[in-house]
Design a protein around this ligand. Structure first.
Ligand SMILES: C[S@@+](CC[C@H](N)C(=O)[O-])C[C@H]1O[C@@H](n2cnc3c(N)ncnc32)[C@H](O)[C@@H]1O
Length: 242
């Protein structure tokens, strides 16, 4: 399923310390434990009900031999990078987004306005979570940022904003690594939509060379197809320079 792509992109190896910053209900945490045997997987979830759900998932599906490797944490992910700076080899930020099922299905009419206000604040929350992840990862380590929305303001724009003020962060090319090899199975959107409001318009020549390859590295988007159950899914991988 497309939801495994962020875990694939994270490239977890045996013995690594891994942080799953937005972990409930734990689907990707379980997938991480199937890819490798990390020294530690910290599953963080601030929402108490969703954290219970996460704990139940781990209890039910994690083999006994692995339970000592996994811990559950309850922090606000925005401040995790301060409390555990430069601690992890890999960090997954599977961010809350406007397409989450909790948004789609628990929306009574009186909650509507509240929801719209929260939705407007999502890009700020998402970029704070990504910055926090970049603080928590060691130099040379990897952060994967993913969402389940098609919204550019929650995808490329978040990554671009954070890249603009984190010189130590370097986005990596998932187009060659994931989109091309898996294009038989998933429909990936071509590249950066290129309508940033803040940046000036690059010349056509720039667009075709350096700018487009940089923008391509800001992330890839799996687009939903009729008759298929997966997508949307955005993912971006960022390496913290040594
Ligand atoms: C898309 S879901 C994560 C799904 C999960 N990774 C999985 O694969 O099962 C996003 C999660 O982020 C949590 N979240 C919301 N605000 C957060 C914050 N400030 N810090 C960390 N997590 C947060 C939500 O409660 C929600 O459980």
């Amino acid at each position: 399923s497309a939801s495994l792509l962020p875990v694939l992109a994270l490239q977890v190896r045996d013995g690594e310390k891994v942080l799953d910053l937005c972990s409930a209900p734990g689907g990707k945490a379980l997938a991480i434990m199937q890819c490798a045997t990390p020294a530690l997987l910290c599953c963080n979830e601030p929402d108490p009900h969703r954290r219970d759900w996460l704990a139940k998932t781990l209890e039910s599906f994690l083999p006994q031999s692995l339970t000592s490797k996994v811990i559950v944490s309850a922090q606000d992910g925005r401040y995790f990078g301060q409390s555990e700076a430069v601690t992890y080899d890999k960090v997954l930020v599977d961010a809350p987004c406007s397409n989450d099922r909790s948004w789609l299905y628990s929306c009574s009419s009186q909650q509507g306005e509240q929801r719209l206000r929260e939705r407007a604040r999502l890009p700020a929350l998402q970029s704070q979570l990504l910055r926090s992840a970049l603080s928590a990862v060691r130099p040379g380590g990897l952060v994967v940022y993913s969402t389940c929305t098609l919204s550019n303001s929650e995808n490329y724009a978040v990554v671009e904003t954070v890249m603009n003020d984190c010189p130590e962060a370097e986005p990596e090319d998932l187009w060659e690594e994931i989109a091309i090899p898996l294009s038989k199975y998933f429909a990936f959107s071509p590249a950066y939509p290129g309508h940033g409001q803040t940046s000036h318009k690059p010349s056509l020549q720039q667009q075709n060379s350096t700018v487009s390859s940089y923008h391509r590295r800001l992330g890839i988007l799996v687009v939903p197809q009729p008759g298929k159950t997966w997508g949307p899914m955005f993912l971006s991988r960022i390496r913290k320079r040594k």
